[in-house]
Design a protein. Structure first.
Length: 142
């Protein structure tokens, strides 16, 4: 099983920890547009569904001449109210918050992903669940 679902099941769903997701715009305008799409999906309670769709379809997304059009297909595929989604995207509703995430990451020295900050300990890269488990349990005093 992948690490992220295990972290979710063991710590987040049980209320032991809180996950804060921050956007890192390392692929230019395509990353910014994808981040906005995820946040607009989040307005409808489907942030994680959009995030999964973006990762699963990233080769199509970043090869597309219109990332916004590819993201609109993802929005439809995950069952969003496309009118509300399109309005959110057109208005740039979440752009300032996304830019602030990116600025904070840059100031923290984060240049690539994934990076996890757990109570002052930074884990970089794809890691096995046991690495997270040890770090999180230590932070929880377990």
């Amino acid at each position: 099983m992948e690490t992220e679902p295990l972290i979710y099941e063991t710590y987040i769903a049980t209320g032991k920890v809180r996950l804060i997701y921050r956007h890192l715009l390392q692929l230019g305008e395509g990353s910014r547009t994808a981040a906005e799409a995820a946040e607009c999906a989040g307005d409808q309670g489907k942030f994680w569904e959009m995030r999964r769709a973006i990762y699963a379809g990233q080769s199509d997304l970043y090869a597309s001449s219109s990332p916004a059009a590819a993201l609109a297909v993802f929005a439809q595929d995950i069952g969003l109210d496309t009118g509300a989604y399109n309005s959110c995207m057109a208005a740039g509703t979440h752009r300032a918050a996304i830019e602030a995430d990116y600025q904070a990451a840059t100031e923290a020295g984060i240049r690539s992903r994934p990076v996890f900050e757990i109570n002052g300990t930074r884990l970089i890269g794809a890691r096995p669940f046991s690495d997270f488990q040890g770090t999180i349990d230590a932070a929880l005093g377990q």
